[in-house]
Design a protein around this ligand. Structure first.
Ligand code: HEC
Length: 381
């Protein structure tokens, strides 16, 4: 470190015209140089071809990392869903591939993008080393503004200072420059964990945690932000001075009924239901269609398609009586409606599955079935 001599990094030439630079680049690549580069402040079409550049190896890195992500995802989903904690979901096999595609996709993209960026920064760009002999050089200042530059490094096996000088001069370079670097730079090893950097991290962590603690736990209780915490409200089991009786909660006025919560008044009273309930739906085509659909869904499993009591359940539930007995045929519509709402002995209530309209529609459909089973002469005419 003591003797810091200046070492020649390379020779560069500045040009004005993009086509000239492409021509020079082509010639240099023809001459077989390996360590050289072109600098321009904007993209030049056709330059990679003139320089005979190969594809960046980064693509292969991304491919390898992406495949690693896919395989990790495959293993993760397989192991969790088929080995460690097999769950049957919707009757599908444990390893149901379509469900795992999003996971595989996410992991593929995640590893490929994050991993490639890390490889690019730390391996290709040698982060955190940001020293480069061209930085801050006069050459770099000029190619960053309006000049185009071609630079040949001294470490190239073909490098010959005088030859390069002549070559650039013959090509009509505007200016030819030499760039030197300090020999100390060769042994310079930047540390990722410099004390300064660590202190910076700690300060950032402290500031963020303090700010978020303050914003979440203190600020909402300070005026004027305390309007949420200190608002007029009822606390459970606490008296309120809003009403004269000191109660916070009100009981509903006697006899009031919440919307859609009408209580069935004939619970356990089939005879009254039969006398007082009247079918508000005339047997229109639409109502009978609705009744048929609902009957087939909710009633036919036990009562059979035609109401003959031929249950589809094959003895898993007691077979119901036929709906074509004189008893049911002589019932009023309200009496049948009552069985749907209240159930009858082992038959459960179907009130929660069927709206009022659907229940009456079923009654109408049962009437249709009954008539079809007991057709008379006049019906045909
Ligand atoms: C789980 C099977 C089952 C389903 C589903 C079912 N029922 Fe019943 N139903 C029965 C049984 C069993 C009886 C006889 C109950 C008894 O012992 O009184 C019965 C009785 C009846 C009776 C009275 C018959 C009589 O002679 O006493 C009517 C009317 C009736 N069901 C209509 C319906 C309607 C309408 C539906 C559809 C909303 C329906 N049932 C759904 C099993 C069922």
């Amino acid at each position: 470190m003591e003797d810091n001599k200046q070492i020649l990094y390379g020779v560069g030439a500045l040009f004005n015209s993009p086509s000239k630079v492409k021509e020079v680049a082509h010639k240099i690549s023809q001459l077989g140089y390996k360590h050289w580069d072109v600098h321009s402040s904007y993209p030049l079409h056709g330059l990679p071809k003139a320089m005979k550049l190969k594809w960046s190896p980064l693509g292969y890195v991304a491919l390898a990392l992406g495949l690693t992500g896919t395989l990790t995802g495959l293993f993760l989903t397989y192991w969790t869903m088929s080995v460690d904690y097999p769950l049957t979901i919707g009757g599908k096999p444990w390893f149901s591939f379509p469900a795992f595609v999003p996971v595989l996709f996410e992991l593929t993209v995640l590893l490929a993008s994050v991993g490639t960026s890390i490889v690019m920064l730390f391996v290709l760009f040698k982060f955190p080393n940001n020293r480069h002999p061209l930085h801050n050089s006069d050459y770099m200042n000029k190619v960053s503004v309006d000049k185009l530059g071609v630079f040949v490094e001294s470490k190239d096996s073909k490098f010959d200072r005088d030859f390069i000088y002549n070559f650039f001069r013959e090509e009509g370079a505007e200016e030819i420059v030499e760039v030197y670097f300090d020999s100390n730079d060769l042994v310079f090893k930047p540390k990722v964990f410099e004390p300064k950097f660590i202190v910076f991290l700690i300060v950032v962590a402290l500031v963020t945690s303090f700010v978020s603690y303050f914003v979440n736990n203190k600020l909402p209780y300070m005026p004027p932000f305390d309007f949420m915490a200190n608002q007029f409200r009822l606390n459970p089991q606490k008296a309120s001075d809003f009403f004269a009786d000191g109660f916070g909660m009100r009981t509903p006025p006697r006899g009031s009924v919440a919307r859609g919560q009408l209580i069935y008044p004939f619970k356990g009273k089939p005879e009254e239901a039969g006398q007082l309930l009247f079918n508000p739906y005339p047997p229109t085509k639409e109502i009978i269609e609705l009744g048929k659909q609902k009957y087939n869904t909710f009633c036919s499993p036990c009562h059979g398609w035609l109401g003959e009591g031929d249950s589809h359940l094959r003895g898993q539930f007691p077979n119901p009586p036929s709906l074509h007995t004189d008893r049911v045929r002589n019932w009023t519509d309200g009496r049948i409606y009552h069985v749907i709402v209240d159930g009858q002995n082992v038959m459960p209530s179907y009130a929660s599955q069927l709206t009022e309209k659907e229940r009456w529609a079923i009654v109408n459909y049962i009437r249709v079935l009954q008539r079809s089973m007991n057709a008379k002469e006049e019906d045909v005419k």
